[in-house]
Design a protein around this ligand. Sequence first.
Ligand code: NAD
Ligand code: DAU
Length: 359
Amino acid sequence: MGRGYSRDVSKPLDKRTVLVAGGAGFIGSNFIRYLLDAEPGVRVVNFDLLTYAGNVRNNAEVEEDPRYRFVRGDIADDADVSGVFADSAIDVVVNFAAETHVDRSIEDAAPFVRTNVMGTACLLEHARRAGVSRYVQISTDEVYGSLGERGAFREDTPLEPNNPYAATKAGADLLVLAEARTHGAPALITRCSNNYGPMQFPEKFIPLMVANAMEDRPVPVYGDGSNRREWIYVDDHSRGVWEAVDKGRAGEVYNIGGGREMANVDLARMVLDELGKPASLIEFVTDRPGHDLRYAIDCSRIEREWGWSARWDFTDGIRATVEWYRTHPDWVREVRDGSYRAYYERHYTHRNATLTSFR
Ligand code: NAD
Ligand code: DAU
């Protein structure tokens, strides 16, 4: 039997050990870099299954850092999660681990239900037994559904997810809130708008456009391109998540947003322009079923309560992102042809990492 939520919370935040689930993905890896840079006293355990979307190359900058450890494991596997909690005295859990691509969830919802719902339940269970001092669930504005022409999602906007991915993220959010209310978990949720930046898997809109356009291949835009998304540079999201660990209150939801809303077709033109490629590369393709029309986030709560605000200007962020992909053609090639998996086997076999072979 575990202790339940009894851990001493007086331990200074910057001396804690943070379990980052999903830390080999796009946002989780950015968060780990941010955290190790911002907080010299923290230790990080990166717990990641390394699905197709997980790439240990994303952690290359920190892998020699003595405060960093990688453990391969599945958040939905009781033995894996039990093992990582037994190995390290975890103080804080930040859960980025998820199946994240809407189009894949439309093809097959099963892995989304398993990881996003069952995995969250499993992590919560072990976090309770370990008596962690904080659990942060990384959620998404997609749980609120779709907006019309006006307005923005607030934290009290009802949950109306429209696609399987969003439905599983909403299910996970409800489990987190239930854990806080039923068991007194020090757990809270952040819901963020669309992220962009370096190392995003090139199935997502912005890196897909950049990767295709760099090879003069068509850039697919769903429907007529009028769907709108609100964009945030990933560094701003990471900073918001650490503020959530520090300043968030148990059982609460906090929206994080970048404030820059744009129609997809306008974004496509902007990215192509930045790459010096013609707008004629845009190819309008069959729309995504149930495609949400518009997302926009009201994040005035964290601006007011935490003093957080997005720092990245959108034009600068797109420029930095395009530049990163332009200067890292190997990363894109290896992700696209799958050879980063061979790199993983080679690189980690002789290192201090908990390994099982690739599933
Ligand atoms: P990603 O797909 O790039 O990374 C997901 C990571 O989770 C990968 O490293 C993968 O290997 C790992 N993972 C998947 N299943 C796992 C499992 N069962 N056990 C352990 N690890 C597993 O995703 P991302 O874009 O970095 O998103 C991270 C989180 O942020 C997700 O929870 C997502 O819902 C949320 N989010 C993303 C965005 C966005 O725009 N990308 C916006 C808001 C919220
Ligand atoms: O809003 C937050 C969400 O943003 C996260 O929770 C998800 O994990 C993340 O994947 C993202 O979801 P979206 O569906 O908004 O992102 P995606 O990059 O897939 O698509 C962005 C927009 O671009 C969306 O309106 C669909 C459109 N699109 C996407 C692709 C892949 C295209 O027009 N063409 C494409 O090829």
